[in-house]
Design a protein around this ligand. Structure first.
Ligand code: UDP
Ligand code: MG
Length: 322
């Protein structure tokens, strides 16, 4: 059970996944350090709070820089993955560590595109009793038209496809210890954090900020990675695409029954080529039937899929019992 957050005592871990980020790490660590010291001074977080850099199997000097940071200042911690496992896994590794040591964790990208000044508001909301605080982009003016368009289409598509994600929220968020523990109860291997976090529950809120441009280095998410990320999001969150096949099959079957009636009418009014009626109706009807059958099998596969994820059936927030 979470106790009422007591100011000055609550330990914050800022988790930052890094993949080939040697160009930004210097500046990022400097800015985050100032932020943390400022928060400590204001009594918002405890003195043993940390900034955790997770090296996602970088091929450049990233890990060396992280080790140096750790040596010169105990504010910095590091986690090194054995190889590149992708942003989401790197983040989860850092959050797992945070769940053991911290009272709250904030995840953010190494390029600081997400305004770190939103951290203060996130922490305030945490002390007001929120377990999850989502950072939401208020504007995408600095993104190219293409990035903005594809990104916004992505949020809409995922929500249509049965995944519940917070609009314009990426992986910049605060989570309390118990929310982190809740997240770790999701045993799935294909992880899509921004879709899983809302499934945890608890009181949540949002904080809006303006997203800046990457100040150095290149995006690690080129179009190809972005597309596969979107696909991953949909297929790992829901089995709705399978249900769509089933629905399509039903629709085609219904249409073919209507068509059969029309074709028979043409047949009996002798208004057709011989053989065409039976051929065309069976093609449509069988096609529809096959889709229904595939969709039905898919429903079961979908159930098996969700079972294998062994998500928690519930997470208890409070119990009243003497
Ligand atoms: N990242 C990672 N592993 C990867 C790719 C990216 O840890 O395989 C990290 C990267 O270092 C950054 C964050 O994920 O901290 C987001 O990447 P990026 O800023 O390149 O994405 P964009 O902002 O362009 O969507
Ligand atoms: Mg970025």
């Amino acid at each position: 059970m979470q106790m009422t957050p007591d100011k000055k005592k609550n330990k914050l871990y800022i988790v930052v996944p890094c993949y080939n980020e040697e160009q930004v790490l210097g500046e990022t660590s400097k800015r985050l350090k100032i932020k943390c010291e400022n928060l400590i001074q204001k009594g918002q977080i405890s003195k043993d709070s940390k900034i955790v850099f997770v090296d996602d199997g970088s091929k450049d000097r990233t890990w060396k820089m992280i080790s140096e940071l750790h040596e010169t200042d105990s504010l910095f911690s590091g986690v090194k993955l054995s190889r590149n496992r992708g942003h989401q896994n790197a983040l989860l590794a850092g959050l797992t560590m945070a769940s053991e040591h911290a009272d709250m964790a904030i995840s953010m990208d190494a390029d600081l595109q997400d305004d770190i000044n939103a951290v203060d508001q996130m922490i305030e909301k945490y002390y007001e009793g929120c377990d999850i605080v989502y950072g939401v982009r208020s504007a995408r003016e600095t993104d190219t038209f293409f990035k903005r368009f594809t990104a916004e289409a992505f949020y809409k598509l995922i929500n249509k496809m049965g995944g519940e994600i917070v609009y314009n929220h990426a992986d910049y968020r605060l989570m309390s210890k118990r929310a982190l523990k809740g997240l770790l109860e999701f045993d799935e291997v294909n992880i899509f954090l921004r879709g899983m976090v809302p499934m945890i529950g608890y009181k949540s809120d949002i904080v809006t900020y303006e997203r800046a441009e990457r100040f150095a280095g290149e995006s690690k998410y080129p179009l190809k990675k972005m597309l596969s990320f979107a696909f991953e999001g949909i297929t790992s969150l829901s089995v709705k695409p399978i249900q769509l096949i089933f629905n399509l099959g039903i629709l085609i079957c219904t249409m073919s029954v209507i068509a059969i009636i029309y074709f028979l009418f043409r047949h009996f009014t002798n208004n057709t080529v011989s053989g065409w009626t039976s051929l065309i109706t069976s093609i449509w009807f069988l096609g529809g039937l096959q889709l229904v059958a595939i969709g039905l099998i898919g429903e079961y596969i979908g159930k098996v899929y969700l079972e294998t994820k062994s998500r928690p059936k519930f997470i208890i927030e409070k119990i009243l019992n003497d």
